[in-house]
Design a protein around this ligand. Structure first.
Ligand SMILES: Cc1ncc(COP(=O)(O)O)c(C=O)c1O
Length: 463
C-alpha cells in the first residue's frame, strides 16, 4: 500500500507518539526519522514514498527467501482458516508435529527434541532454563553459571539479555549478573600488534578454560556462542575456535549452546552452521528468524536426545519442565516454517548461497582497501565493514557516527544497511543474484568514499 502524503504525516506522528521501538533513544524521540517500509519484492523493499532499496540486512537477518513470496502467506492463510490456534499445553496439531520432525531431520547429531518458542530471545531463554532444570533434576543445583562472550547478542528477555555482552546495551538495564560470566573479545582484528592469529586463538581457548577453572566446573552449567557474533559486528572467530571450545567444554562437563538464530536456515549455505561449517555437534542449538523467513514470529531450541534421556523416566523424579508459551508451536507459524523449508529445499537456496558466497566474500574483503576501512570481514552471506579514521587503533569522536554517515549516503543510492557505531553490517536475502551483489557492493564502496570525503572536508586527516 502506498500512502498519500497527507495520510502519511499522521502516520509518522502516531509512530513517534505511540510506537515505542526496540532500542528507543529517549533524549528526543522525534529526532530519528525512520524510513517506512511498505512493500517489497525479492531483495528489494519500497518506502512510503515509493523509493526502492536493496535490503542490505534482510530486515533483521531474517528474510531468507526474499520479499513478496506468496506461497508462505497462502500456507499461513490455509492453516488459519482450518485451525488458527491450538493449546500446545493440552493438545497438539499436525503442522507443529510435522515441523518438529522436519527440523530434527536437519539438525546435527541427536538434537532431535524441538522446543518451540516465539522468537530468538525466548529460544535462548528456554535453552538456559532447560539446562538449569536439568541440573536441578540431576542434583547439581550449584551448576548454573553460563559463560558468554563480550559483544555477544542473545536477545532481550531478562535471561537472554543477561547473557548478552555488548557493553553499550548494559548501562541502563538490570541483569542477572550472578548467572553470567563474559570472556574477552574474540575478534582477531582486535588482537595485539605482532600477535599471530594462531597465538590469538590459543589465548581465546585458554580464556575459556581458565574461566571454567576459576569459577569451578561444578558451578559452570554451559557455554553459549553464536557461530559468528552477528550484532556484535559480524565477528568471525579464528578457524578451529568452536571445535576447540567444545573440547574444553567436554573436558569439564560444561554444555555447549550454539546460538544459530542468525546463522540457521541458510545464511552460511547450510541448514545449520554448527556441524556443516564448524564441525561441532553442540548440546543445544537455538534458532528463529530464518525459520519462517521472518514472515511470522517463531523460534525453537533443539535439545539432544541424550540431555533429555538423562532426566527422563525414573531419573526425572516426577519433575515437570514448567516452561512454555501460549504460542509454542503456533500452527500458523508452523505452516509458514514448513512452507519456508520446502521453498529453500525446492529452489536450491542453500546451494545458491554456496555458489554466490565467493563473489560476495571477494567484494566484501576488497572494501578493506579503502582508506577509511579498518577491517572488512564476514562469512557466507553476512558481512561487516569496520571503519577507523586512524590506523593506530585510536578512535575519533566522529568514528562513532561513521556507520550512520555511510548508511545515509547508501540510502541515497538505493541501499539500506544496518549501521552500528563505526560499523555497517549487511546480510541480504539469500536469493540475491550475482549482479545484485555487485550492485550492492558498488553502492557500499561509493557510500564509504563519500563519507571519507565528508570527513576530509571536516578537516579529519586519515592516517
Ligand atoms: C544470535 C541472536 N540470538 C538471539 C536473538 C534474539 O532474537 P529475537 O529478536 O527474535 O528475540 C538475536 C536477535 O538478533 C540474535 O542475533
Amino acid at each position: 500500500m502506498t500512502l498519500t502524503n497527507s495520510d502519511f504525516s499522521d502516520i509518522r506522528d502516531w509512530d513517534t507518539r505511540n510506537f515505542v521501538h526496540p532500542w528507543e533513544g529517549m533524549e528526543d524521540r522525534t529526532a530519528y526519522e525512520r524510513t517506512f517500509v511498505e512493500g517489497g519484492e525479492g531483495i528489494y523493499v519500497t518506502s512510503e514514498t515509493g523509493e526502492k532499496f536493496i535490503d542490505g540486512p534482510a530486515g533483521m537477518w531474517c528474510v531468507q527467501v526474499g520479499y513478496g513470496n506468496t506461497e508462505i502467506p497462502a500456507a499461513m492463510a490455509k492453516q488459519a482458516m482450518e485451525m488458527a490456534y491450538v493449546s500446545p499445553f493440552s493438545n497438539s496439531n499436525s503442522a507443529s508435529a510435522q515441523l518438529a520432525h522436519e527440523i530434527a531431520k536437519r539438525t546435527p547429531g541427536d538434537l532431535n527434541q524441538v522446543f518451540f518458542t516465539t522468537g530468538g530471545s525466548t529460544a535462548v531463554d528456554s535453552a538456559v532454563r532447560f539446562i538449569q532444570f536439568r541440573n536441578n533434576v540431576l542434583g547439581k543445583s550449584e551448576k548454573k553459571i553460563v559463560i558468554s562472550r563480550q559483544k555477544a547478542y542473545h536477545g532481550s528477555t531478562y535471561l537472554a539479555a543477561s547473557l548478552s555482552g555488548k557493553a553499550r546495551d548494559k548501562g541502563w538495564l538490570d541483569q542477572a549478573d550472578d548467572l553470567a560470566y563474559f570472556l574477552p573479545d574474540v575478534n582477531p582484528y582486535g588482537r595485539a600488534k605482532g600477535q599471530s592469529v594462531e597465538a590469538f586463538l590459543d589465548e581465546k581457548i585458554a580464556d575459556l578454560e581458565n574461566a571454567i577453572l576459576e569459577i569451578g566446573a561444578e558451578r559452570v552449567a554451559a557455554f553459549i556462542a553464536e557461530p559468528i557474533l552477528a550484532s556484535g559486528g559480524v565477528v568471525v572467530p579464528p578457524k578451529g575456535y568452536h571445535k576447540r571450545c567444545l573440547e574444553v567444554c567436554r573436558r569439564h562437563d560444561v554444555l555447549y549452546i550454539s546460538d544459530e538464530v542468525v546463522t540457521g536456515f541458510g545464511r552460511l549455505g547450510h541448514w545449520f552452521a554448527s556441524e556443516d561449517v564448524y564441525d561441532i555437534v553442540p548440546d543445544i542449538i537455538t534458532c528463529a528468524k530464518g525459520l519462517t523467513s521472518g514472515y511470522v514470529p517463531m523460534g525453537a531450541c533443539m535439545i539432544s536426545d541424550q540431555l533429555m534421556a538423562d532426566i527422563s523416566g525414573e531419573a526425572s523424579q516426577g519433575a515437570v519442565f514448567s516452561n512454555g508459551f501460549t504460542y509454542s508451536g503456533h500452527p500458523v507459524s508452523a505452516a509458514a516454517a514448513l512452507k519456508n523449508i520446502e521453498i529453500i529445499e525446492r529452489d536450491g537456496i542453500l546451494e545458491h548461497v554456496r555458489e554466490v558466497t565467493p563473489l560476495f566474500e571477494e567484494r566484501m574483503f576488497a572494501l578493506a582497501e579503502l582508506p577509511l576501512v579498518g577491517d572488512a570481514r564476514g562469512q557466507g552471506l553476512m558481512g561487516c565493514v569496520e571503519c577507523n579514521a586512524q590506523t593506530d587503533g585510536s578512535q575519533l569522536e566522529l568514528d562513532y557516527s561513521v556507520g550512520s554517515m555511510i548508511d545515509e549516503h547508501c540510502q541515497g543510492m538505493g541501499l539500506l544497511l544496518r549501521p552500528l557505531i563505526n560499523m555497517c553490517v549487511f546480510s541480504p536475502p539469500l536469493v540475491i543474484e550475482p549482479a545484485q551483489i555487485n550492485q550492492m557492493f558498488d553502492i557500499l564502496a561509493e557510500g564509504i568514499k563519500r563519507t571519507t570525503d565528508d570527513l576530509v572536508k571536516q578537516g579529519i586527516k586519515l592516517s
